[in-house]
Ligand binder design. Structure first.
Ligand code: C5P
Length: 401
């Protein structure tokens, strides 16, 4: 059920607008309170009055509406919402959202909203597959939006391909499963490290690695959905941190180490997903290194192992590590589990065609002292929810001993 959830539904202009009437009906049936906004183009497909009658509230499509600004203006509407759903989302609206344009009510609400955002795109399959649309969707995913992927089949134009808006039942089910995830981490403090660290060589150069931070950010979001208070300590990434988490931006391994230990008191669960640089240059001069010599030798100093240091605390939190391996996955993961004294380790293959660094999908083999579970290849959002559920189970098992 979605009882008392405040859902802001934005309807943009495509033939799939009729599906949103059904979506509105389903959401209301689930107990949600729904307010609808529309683009001008959407009103060409279905009358504003239809949404008004079904939602039981005034429906607006103008940004500068004198009638509205003394009632619920766009900022109030954005603050009112627990969740913002854009369905159908046209290529035009996705492009505006991706690039921060705010020339109508829907795109302005997107910029003003600080709640979770869902998009259910709908368009012709060639438009969906166009590099411009795909790039915009990637940008939006990096903003942290939740994509409800379009489906394949016959389209309104008679062509066949991927681009049909997901069925209203699918959209509704996704919202139910995300918004009503079991509160298995309710009131627990979870600290997560994410992304790559940067180790400066001189004022312009640094050593780093391929980690995008996607897994760590997805875990932060999943832990929040499970009711945790989340602190996300992140290296530099292209990603938008989840709203309402304690976000700490760092650059180097030493800064990450310091930030973790500033936030570790009262931490119940620590998850180290960051790809922390193992070494840093011993010297980082104030001046740019010149290319005079044919060879240049860098001397590197070992960085502190954040995860091992957390696990070595007198009363450590439940500690979860990650292991990215190119071979002998279980052997190396179990070795790390024991050596670093962890409660759990999530291992994944890197350097293969699927999954790993920079990808949107991944698979994990998770190990603990007397057990193992495989989480098969899926998108990192879903994988993160599965891993959080598993962590909650193991955390419960340990605290009940
Ligand atoms: O030993 P290795 O670097 O392979 O272990 C990986 C795990 O240890 C990851 O969970 C990573 O976040 C963590 N780690 C760390 N500090 C380091 C190196 C790795 O927390 N300096």
């Amino acid at each position: 059920m979605l009882s008392q959830r405040r859902i802001l539904l934005a309807v943009t202009g495509g033939i799939a607008v009729y599906k949103s009437l059904e979506l509105l009906r389903l959401l209301k049936k689930q107990g949600a309170e729904v307010r609808v906004v529309m683009t001008q183009a959407a009103t060409a497909f279905v009358q504003l009055l239809s949404f008004q009658a079904l939602s039981g509230h005034a429906v607006h499509c103008e940004l500068l509406d004198t009638e509205v600004e003394h009632a619920m203006g766009h900022i109030e509407l954005a603050r009112w919402a627990d969740v913002f759903v854009i369905a159908p989302a046209t290529a035009n609206t996705l492009a505006k959202m991706a690039h921060g344009l705010a020339d109508d009510l829907v795109s302005t609400l997107y910029l003003a909203a600080n709640c979770p955002v869902y998009i259910a795109p709908a368009m012709n399959h060639v438009m969906w597959n166009h590099p411009a649309t795909q790039a915009n969707v990637k940008i939006l995913q990096n903003h942290g939006i939740n994509l409800i992927s379009p489906e394949s089949g016959e389209q309104a134009c008679g062509e066949i391909g991927v681009g049909r808006m997901a069925e209203p039942e699918t959209v509704c089910q996704r919202l139910i499963s995300d918004l009503t995830m079991p509160q298995s981490l309710a009131n627990l403090n979870v600290v997560i490290t994410a992304g790559a660290t940067r180790e400066p060589l001189d004022p312009v150069r640094y050593l780093t690695n391929r980690s995008s931070g996607k897994m760590g950010y997805a875990l932060a979001l999943a832990a929040q959905k499970a009711g945790a208070n989340v602190t996300l300590i992140s290296g530099v990434t292209q990603l938008k941190p989840p709203a309402n988490c304690n976000f700490v931006q760092v650059e180097t391994a030493e800064q990450m180490h310091a930030a973790v230990f500033e936030n570790i008191e009262n931490c119940d669960i620590f998850i180290g997903t960051a790809a922390v640089a193992d070494y840093r240059p011993v010297v980082c001069g104030g001046e740019k290194i010149k290319k005079n010599a044919d060879q240049l030798t860098l001397t590197l100093q070992k960085n502190p192992d954040i995860l091992a240091d957390v696990a070595a605390l007198k009363t450590p939190p439940f500690t979860v590590g990650f292991a990215a391996e190119t071979n002998d996955l279980e052997h190396y993961a179990r070795d790390k589990l024991t050596r670093k004294n962890l409660n759990m380790i999530a291992a994944n293959w890197v350097g293969r065609a699927e999954g790993g660094f920079e990808r949107d999908e991944n698979a994990l083999d998770v190990f603990w002292q007397d057990g193992k579970k495989t989480l098969p290849m899926t998108n990192k959002t879903e994988l993160a929810c599965q891993l959080i559920t598993l962590i909650a189970e193991r955390f419960d098992a340990k605290t009940k001993i």
